[in-house]
Design a protein around this ligand. Structure first.
Ligand code: 3PG
Length: 395
C-alpha cells in the first residue's frame, strides 16, 4: 500500500478518514488517545501545505441527525491537541461541506460532520461516495479501527480517489504484520475475555498461527468445564463444551500448545475485595466462582513468555476492574513490559478492554505496540480481510 512517503500533498485537498469515535460520558470526551494517535498524520499533512478535510463516524446514529452524536466536540478537542484552529462543517457532503472546503487555505484543517448522519455511509452508497470524493483530490485513510467496515468513507471513497495509508494506519499494519503475518518465533498469544462463543474464529485462527495459546478470563472456565472439572458458580457456557474440546484437539494436532489455568482465585460473589482464596483448577467449591487465575498459572505463562520472541495479547486474565481480581493481569503485564525492554520481546496488544487492562497495569506505553482498534483488531486476529485495508492494498 502507498503511504504518505509517496504523497506530495502541498496545495492538495486531502480527505483524511480518521476515527473520531471517542469514548464520551455525560457529553464529555473521556479519552483523547485516538486524537493523539491521529495527530502526527494531521500535522505532517498540514505542515506540508495540504488542506486537510477530516471525516469520521461517531457512534451509531443510523442515518439520522442525532444532536448528541455530532462531531463538533471532537473538532474542538482536535484543535486543542493540534494547538491551531480547526473549522467545522455542519454536513459531510453537499453545500455546507463544499463551501467550507472552498474556503480553506493551505495548511488548514476542517472537520466534517458525522458521516453516519447519512444512511448511505453504512450502505457504501455511491451517491455519498461521490459527495465525499468531490471535496478532495486524494484520500488518506488513518482509521485502522474502522477498517473492518465496508462503508462509504472507509472503502467506497478509496476506489474513487488516489488512496494512501496515514501514519497511524501504517503503524498498525506494520505492528500486525510483526505479530502474526511474519513474526519472530516462538509466538505466544494470550486470549482472555468472557465468552468462547464470541472468540471462536479468533481462537481457531490463532491456534493455527502461534506456538503457544494461553487461554484466560471466564472463557477458560468453559474449557475447564468441558474437560469435566466442576466450576461451581463460575461464568461459563455449557453449550460450548463440544466446541471447546474440538478447539483443544485441533490445536494439539497442529502443534500449538494450549495453556489453560492450573489454579484459580475464587470468591463467593463478584464484588471488590470479596473474601477470596486460591484453589487448583479442579477444586472450585460449588458455592464459589473463579474471578482470576492464580500464581501457578501466572508462573506458567511467564515461563512461556521468557522463551518467546513475539506476544499477541487480547483480553484480561480476570475481572481486572475489581481488585484484587486484577492481580494476574497486572503481574503478567509487568513481566511483558520488562521482557519487551530487556529481552527484545515484541509485544502487541489490542481489542476490547485489553487497552484499559494494560493501562490499568501501567504498561501501555512500555509494550512494542498497543492497537487503537477494538473490533478491527479482533477481526484481524480472526484472519478476516478488512475491507478498508484491502482497498488500500489494491489502490
Ligand atoms: C470502534 O470504535 O471500534 C470503531 O470506531 C468502529 O465503530 P463501530 O463498531 O460503531 O463501527
Amino acid at each position: 500500500f502507498r503511504t504518505l512517503d509517496q504523497l506530495e500533498p502541498a496545495g492538495k485537498r486531502v480527505l483524511l478518514r480518521a476515527d473520531l469515535n471517542l469514548p464520551v460520558r455525560d457529553g464529555k470526551i473521556t479519552d483523547l488517545t485516538r486524537i493523539e494517535r491521529l495527530a502526527p498524520t494531521l500535522r505532517e499533512l498540514a505542515d506540508k501545505g495540504a488542506k486537510v478535510i477530516v471525516c469520521s463516524h461517531f457512534d451509531r446514529p443510523k442515518g439520522k441527525r442525532v444532536p448528541e452524536m455530532s462531531l463538533k466536540p471532537m473538532a474542538e478537542a482536535l484543535s486543542q491537541v493540534l494547538g491551531k484552529p480547526v473549522a467545522f462543517a455542519e454536513d459531510c457532503i453537499g453545500p455546507a461541506a463544499e463551501q467550507a472546503t472552498a474556503a480553506m487555505k493551505d495548511g488548514g484543517v476542517l472537520v466534517l460532520e458525522n458521516t453516519r448522519y447519512h444512511a448511505g455511509e453504512e450502505k457504501n452508497d455511491p451517491a455519498l461516495v461521490e459527495g465525499l470524493a468531490k471535496l478532495a483530490d486524494v484520500f488518506v485513510n488513518d482509521a485502522f479501527s474502522a477498517a473492518h467496515r465496508a462503508h462509504a468513507s472507509t472503502e467506497g471513497v478509496a476506489r474513487k480517489l488516489p488512496a494512501y495509508a496515514g501514519r497511524l494506519m501504517q503503524a498498525e499494519l506494520e505492528a500486525l504484520d510483526a505479530a502474526l503475518g511474519n513474526p519472530a518465533r516462538p509466538v505466544v498469544a494470550i486470549v482472555g475475555g468472557a465468552k468462547v462463543s464470541t472468540k471462536l474464529d479468533l481462537l481457531g485462527n490463532l491456534s493455527k498461527k502461534v506456538d503457544v495459546l494461553v487461554i484466560g478470563g471466564a472463557m477458560a472456565n468453559t474449557f475447564l468445564a468441558a474437560q469435566g472439572k466442576s466450576m461451581g458458580k463460575s461464568l461459563q457456557e455449557g453449550e460450548m463444551h463440544d466446541t471447546a474440546l474440538r478447539i483443544l484437539e485441533e490445536a494439539k494436532a497442529g502443534g500449538c500448545e494450549i495453556l489453560l489455568p492450573d489454579d484459580l482465585v475464587v470468591a463467593a460473589a463478584f464484588a471488590a475485595n470479596a473474601a477470596h482464596r486460591t484453589v487448583p483448577a479442579d477444586g472450585v467449591p460449588p458455592d464459589m466462582m473463579a474471578l482470576d487465575v492464580g500464581p501457578a498459572t501466572v508462573a506458567a505463562v511467564e515461563a512461556r513468555l521468557k522463551k518467546a520472541s513475539t506476544l499477541v495479547w487480547n483480553g484480561p486474565f480476570g475481572a481486572f476492574e475489581i481488585p484484587p481480581f486484577d492481580t494476574a493481569t497486572v503481574q503478567v503485564a509487568q513481566t511483558v513490559a520488562g521482557l519487551t525492554t530487556s529481552a527484545g520481546l515484541k509485544s502487541i496488544g489490542g481489542g476490547g478492554d485489553t487497552v484499559s487492562a494494560l493501562r490499568h497495569a501501567g504498561v501501555s506505553d512500555r509494550m512494542t505496540y498497543v492497537s487503537s482498534a477494538g473490533g478491527a483488531f479482533l477481526e484481524w486476529l480472526e484472519g478476516k480481510e478488512l475491507p478498508g485495508v484491502a482497498v488500500l492494498e489494491t489502490a
